[in-house]
Every structure is written in structure tokens, then in C-alpha cells.
Design a protein around this ligand. Structure first.
Ligand code: G3H
Length: 527
């Protein structure tokens, strides 16, 4: 559907009441050392990628403002987290597992009461569709539930006695220490809590730095953290990189949970003076490819590829960011792919059935347009009429979807992560060409294969698994379900996330052993 200026402008009549533009929220509160404090310092204005009619023409809707914390707040947050950890001898890591479970359950119950508020802020702040924003909230609650259940299972496992070499052992897991958690703008709630919750449950204490975009939606949750957790266990900082630079340079952070770009992850990691003491749990960028084989069932493949490439405007680390199509079926594929992409609905996040919404990152439309121009200049053609940025005075943020063909290795779109609604399509004569290109990429998260011949799919999948971490057969790339391991190779990740892996990532195996003998049984019970 061709976008118009109207699709960038929010008119009160068209917005469901529960998602109406909230009154500006000027959040000055932050959580530090068990106190909800008032921030008297500089703030960051938060606006929406959605434009509203203003006195001098369309303008970004004002959502409010947040503290722009400085290095001193970061240092204080670290001190509080270190005190609650107290070199492993503090109250939180030594609390009985059941009591930590109770704190997380309490947080989950309080968080649930804030669903409507958080969803509304998410819709306006990052322009995720209302349906997807609700899904993000609900998936996060489900993730917490599953993590709680898995943690209970792990406690039961740890209760077993392992006999080996004349010794009896109780093997369990213990926390790492102080964790710095930094989530991304595209899944601000889910991917912050997907590392924070397992870290806390395992007995770590945390400094959380809120995402650069998508931080106002955490304001209703500050009170939940405050009420649910003891002093110093969760400390929330809201500022630029300067607020956490001293946290890293102190050398006192034991684990860095970071979801974002590999460049930013590397910059954060390199600040730590003792890298051997730092565990990195990273979810980074990717360039997931779909390989469409000559015998692919296009009825099945096309909706998967379109959803895989354009879900939340392609702003998913798992999005399909390059499509390889077999030359024999390229014409049929391109015709049908082009019309499916052209049929995506551009609009505002509360509109029913909307697919493409304004982009929250400043400068993103210009970046995507530069990638398109590079491909067009080098011989690709645009398959979608009206593709590209839709400007309004003051800067538009909606980017009408684009699909380009043929994209070749000399073009930026062949290698660079676009993280937006642009689908580059390349052609191959032999799938080996696609395999080699995926293997040569800096990124190695997932790939998908579309075809019918089971033996061929199996052979390709076997080889691809040495190149990426997950091969999706006749379905799009994705992180979930959260029971499955989510990881990647090369510059796309460090460590693994999933309900169980999250708990493993923020703990180490520890054991108490004693020589088997008459007294050992009673002692093991006490242990
Ligand atoms: O942005 C990266 C997310 O982990 C993607 O999650 O595949 O469930 O949409 P998803």
C-alpha cells in the first residue's frame, strides 16, 4: 500500500483510547541502592517517531523526558551493586534459592499490573505495532515464568549426590557477581529482562543501563523493581555511554550482558581492565540469509520470507537480511515476492494489520537510502514502486519497503546488516555459491532453506550448521521458542540464551565434596 504524508501523522480520532498519546511523562525517578531517587540533573527529551500536527507543521509527538545520568550515577550504581554482592559474601547471593524465587515472582506480579502502561509507551516510543508490543510484554512474562520453573528444576538437580572416585559431591551452580545489563531498542523490555531475570535469580546483583531508545517504557517498572528486590540488587541507570564507562573501567563488573551491535559490544568489553574476569553474554548483529532452492514450494516460502524480512520493519536481529534464489525460479519468485512486499501495509502502530511503521532510530531512513542507492548504482533494480523514505518537513521516519535485485557481492547490501525494511535478493546457479557467501560473512547467526528434496535439504543443512548456529527449514529465522538455544558464531554472539542457557550463562558450576564414609551421608544432607 502506497504510504502518504497522512500515514505519518497521528490524528486523535484514529487512535484507540487505550493507546492514545499519553500526557508527557517527565520521569525524574531512578532506582539506586534500594531507593527511588529524584534526579535533579540534565534530562533527555523523548519524542516519538510518529508525527502529530503542530503549530508550524508536522512534528514528532512529545512523550516526555528521562534522566541523562552522568558517570557519577554510574559509579554510585556500581557501588550499590558491589555492596549487595559483597565479594560473594553479601546478602543476595547467600539468600536461599526459594527467597530469591519469591522476589522474582513478586516482581512478575507487579510488572503484570503495568502491562497497559508499558505497552502504550512501547507503541509510541519505538513504534512497534500494538499487537507486537503486547506480544513482547506477554512473551517476557512467559519467559520469566519459564525461567522460574527451570530454576526450580535446577535446584532439584543440585540436590542429587554425585559419587565419583571415592568422593560424594553436591554439584550446583553459583552466581558470577555484578552484572551490567544493556538491552536494545528493538526488544527493549524483552531483551533487557531476558538477561536480567536469570542473572538475578542466579544470585547476581545488577546495574541496568536502559536502552538509548525505549527507556521511558521502563519508568512504570522502577517501582516494581524497588518493591520486589532488596537494597542494591537492581540499580537502574538511564544515560549515554558515559554513565557506564566508569562501571566497566572499574574492573568490578563480572558479566556484561549486551544486546546490540558488535562495535558497541567491543567498545564496552575493551574498557574492562581485567578481561579474563569478565563473562560476556552478547547478542549482536546478523546477516541471516534465506536460500530458495529450485524445488521450493513458493506458496509456503513466500509468506515466511516476507514475514522474516519485514517483521517489525526488519528491525530484528534474526530478520532475513539477504535472499538467495535459484536462477531457474528467479522470475517467478521475484514477481510474487515483489507483489507481496508491495502489499505490505504502511501506517501507524495502532492500525489493524499494519506491517511497516515509522523507524525510531535517528538517521535510519538516510542510512537505508544510502544502501539502496549503492545497490542501484551498481546495477540492481527496485522491485517495489514507491520504495524509500517518506519525508515530511522536519524529517520523516517512515521507510516504504524496498526489495532489490540482483544484489551482488560488490554491493553494501550483500554484506552489511540493514536492520530495516529493505530486502536484497541475489541469484545463484549452484547453492554452493550461497553457502560460500554465508560462510565468508562476518556474521553467523541463522539461515533458512526452502526446498522439497529432503536429502538435499539435509545435506545443505548439515554443512550450514558449521557456518551458522541454526538452520530453519521451510520456515523463517527466529529466536524462539525460548526453550531452544539461541546463539551464533563469529561477530553475531557470545554465549547462548534460552530459558535454561540464560541461567547457565550467569552462573558457574560449584560443588561441595567429601570423602565417602560413615559421616558423609549426614553431612551431605546438611549441605
Ligand atoms: O532482535 C533480535 C531478537 O532476538 C529477535 O527475536 O526472532 O523472536 O523476533 P525474534
Amino acid at each position: 500500500m502506497a504510504p502518504t504524508l497522512e500515514t505519518l501523522l497521528a490524528h486523535p480520532d484514529g487512535i484507540p483510547a487505550h493507546l492514545a498519546l499519553p500526557a508527557p511523562l517527565h520521569c525524574r525517578e531512578y532506582l539506586l541502592d534500594g531507593q527511588l531517587r529524584h534526579w535533579p540533573g540534565p534530562t533527555q527529551t523523548v519524542t516519538s517517531p510518529v508525527f502529530v500536527p503542530g503549530a508550524e507543521g508536522p512534528e514528532r509527538a512529545l512523550l516526555g523526558s528521562c534522566p541523562a545520568h552522568d558517570a557519577a550515577v554510574g559509579e554510585e550504581a556500581l557501588r550499590a551493586a558491589c555492596a549487595a554482592w559483597d565479594q560473594g559474601l553479601g546478602p543476595w547471593p547467600n539468600l536461599a534459592a526459594g527467597e530469591r524465587l519469591a522476589c522474582v515472582e513478586d516482581f512478575r506480579r507487579r510488572m503484570l499490573e503495568k502491562r497497559a502502561e508499558v505497552v502504550r509507551l512501547m507503541v509510541w516510543e519505538i513504534c512497534k505495532s500494538a499487537k507486537e508490543s503486547e506480544q513482547e510484554f506477554d512473551r517476557t512474562v512467559e519467559y520469566i515464568d519459564d525461567t522460574l520453573a527451570e530454576y526450580r528444576r535446577m535446584q532439584d538437580e543440585a540436590a542429587r549426590i554425585v559419587a565419583a572416585g571415592g568422593l560424594d559431591a553436591r554439584v550446583g551452580r553459583s552466581p558470577l557477581g555484578v552484572v551490567l545489563c544493556m538491552g536494545p531498542f528493538n526488544f527493549p523490555l524483552n531483551e533487557t529482562l531476558a538477561t536480567l531475570v536469570p542473572a538475578l535469580l542466579s544470585g547476581n546483583t545488577a546495574v541496568v543501563k536502559l536502552p538509548r531508545i525505549g527507556r521511558l517504557l521502563f519508568s512504570p517498572l522502577l517501582e516494581c523493581f524497588h518493591k520486589a528486590f532488596p537494597r542494591g540488587v537492581v540499580n537502574v541507570v538511564s544515560g549515554g555511554i558515559e554513565s557506564v564507562t566508569p562501571v566497566m573501567t572499574s574492573g568490578k563488573v563480572d558479566a556484561l550482558a549486551f544486546i546490540g551491535t558488535s562495535k558497541a559490544a567491543e567498545a564496552m568489553r575493551s574498557l574492562h581492565p581485567h578481561p579474563n574476569r569478565l563473562r560476556c553474554v552478547f547478542g549482536l548483529e546478523a546477516k541471516n540469509a534465506a536460500i530458495v532452492l529450485p524445488d521450493a514450494d513458493l506458496d509456503e516460502a513466500l509468506p515466511e520470507i516476507v514475514r522474516g524480512a519485514f517483521g517489525f520493519n526488519g528491525q530484528r536481529c534474526t530478520a532475513i537480511k539477504l535472499v538467495f534464489v535459484a536462477r531457474e525460479i528467479a522470475d517467478a519468485f521475484l514477481e510474487r515476492f515483489g507483489s507481496a512486499v508491495a502489499g505490505l501495509k504502511c501506517g501507524l502502530p495502532w492500525e489493524p494489520g499494519v506491517n511497516i511503521t515509522p523507524l525510531p532510530e535517528p538517521g535510519k531512513p538516510q542510512f537505508l537510502q544510502a544502501l539502496r542507492h549503492d545497490a542501484l548504482a551498481k546495477g540492481a533494480r527496485e522491485l517495489i514502486p514507491g520504495a524509500g523514505p517518506l519525508g515530511v518537513p522536519g524529517g520523516g521516519a517512515l521507510f516504504a519497503p524496498s526489495a532489490l535485485f540482483p544484489v551482488t557481492p560488490d554491493m553494501r547490501l550483500f554484506h552489511e546488516e540493514q536492520f530495516g525494511p529493505v530486502a536484497p535478493v541475489a541469484v545463484f546457479d549452484d547453492p554452493e555459491e550461497a553457502l560460500r557467501a554465508i560462510a565468508a560473512s562476518n556474521y553467523g547467526q541463522q539461515a533458512c532453506l526452502f526446498g522439497r528434496d529432503a536429502a538435499r535439504l539435509a545435506a545443505l543443512s548439515r554443512r550450514l550448521r558449521n557456518v551458522v548456529s541454526r538452520v530453519n527449514i521451510n520456515c523463517k529465522c527466529q529466536r524462539g521458542p525460548d526453550e531452544l538455544p539461541f546463539t551464533a558464531r563469529r561477530d553475531s554472539a557470545m554465549e547462548t540464551l534460552s530459558v535454561r542457557d540464560g541461567l547457565l550463562a550467569f552462573s558457574i558450576p560449584t560443588l561441595a565434596v567429601l570423602r565417602r564414609g560413615e559421616r558423609s551421608t549426614g553431612m551431605l544432607d546438611a549441605l
